[in-house]
Design a protein around this ligand. Sequence first.
Ligand code: NAD
Length: 451
Amino acid sequence: MKIAIVGAGYVGLVTGACLADFGHNVRCVDMDPAKIAALQASRIPIFEPGLEELVARNMAEGRLAFDTSMAWAIAGAEVVFIAVGTPSRRGDGHADLSYVYRAAQDVASELTGYAVIVLKSTVPVGTGDQVERIIQDQRTGMPFAVVSNPEFLREGAAIEDFKRPDRIVIGTEDEFAREVMMEVYRPLCLNQAPILFTGRRTSELTKYAANAFLATKITFINEIADLCERVGGNVQDVARGIGLDRRIGNKFLHAGPGFGGSCFPKDLSALIKTAQDYGSNCRIAEAVASVNDQRKRAMGRKVVQACGGSVRNKTIALLGLTFKPNTDDMRDAPSIAIVTALQDAGARIRAYDPAGREQAEAVLQDVDYAEGPYEAAQGADAVVMVTEWDMFRALDLDRLRLSMRAPILVDLRNIYTPAEAGARGFLYTGLGCPSEVTAPSLPQESLLALP
Ligand code: NAD
């Protein structure tokens, strides 16, 4: 099939590369000339495991191409995916749909025949209706259908998620468009991926409901972690204890510094706004958003507390900055609030992230960047684990501690246990576990360095 993708960001690029890999003929268009120039030279502008190779192979085999020309992309396309950004609108938290509407207009003016226009971007209920009106208003005379097909991939595991999805949701009331979408996803049907057909509005809402539910799960376990600290419980055991119940499931039950990223915060906010617009309540989502915002800054206070009540003129080393591992995405990352809180309290920040430095430099001020975890820890008064990259899971804790000025480890991802960190001479603070297990015998050099 001939497929056009509008927007070559995380979702557009992964969708385009995977559909090309299924054998479709895919043209991706983006308004950012620098991004397109990089892609034309087989350079991937984002960090996503496996994507570079997938793009290069499909380009070489002639099934995937990139350009800034909408006319080139749309000419002859049977299906057009719109995968542009829908960030929070400045000021009111609604989804900013200006990119989607602009894309719809641009697509409409270039249609050369019947096409199914697929909204892959996460859009509020009713956006499909509006896009349909926009295309009709162009009066091109070309027949078309507008379908909702939200994306559920996770950054860092995007290819696997796209090729082996838990489900594909397609929202349309149009019988022919439904058949066309079946054809697009036929290779996945052969893998027995469940395809759920719904009405268009239901499909739009399903995406927001999924993200709000996952955000709720994360926030719930974070509050249980706080309670564990008060009552002397262990949140990881609680999570295991409830996660083995199949009605609950064990995913998204890891206590952490609060959720961030390009989706959960803005989608939660957009869902709340939609509910308000329609006079409906979304009080759980409101509570989740508010608890999560407070939590990110509270993590800064946790570090201050672990450092004996003050971080003034101290060097705090942050390991990991991106909102989760295996991505370079810094959008709404908890590290932003943590860095700001610590800088407000007078700390100097040194940081290391395996992939996020470039994006971090654009959003964080006055941060010294190290080339690795041990360099970040050199002479630091505390190390804070912010993002659970695999490479931080098996650090040489002796080497880390010996290079530090004070052996303080704040582990916001519970990568280590109080016992193992304590045995290595660290004053350890985790989440929802007994805090500050002091080593039975601190080595001499660390004792000297204690504040
Ligand atoms: P992104 O910002 O990485 O990419 C969007 C791209 O669209 C940019 O490259 C931009 O230049 C391009 N663009 C904007 N307007 C255009 C136009 N008129 N013509 C051509 N190109 C245009 O965004 P993303 O992370 O890929 O997200 C896209 C959508 O998918 C959002 O609605 C998001 O909520 C949703 N989503 C994202 C994820 C994720 O993990 N990133 C997962 C599921 C759903």
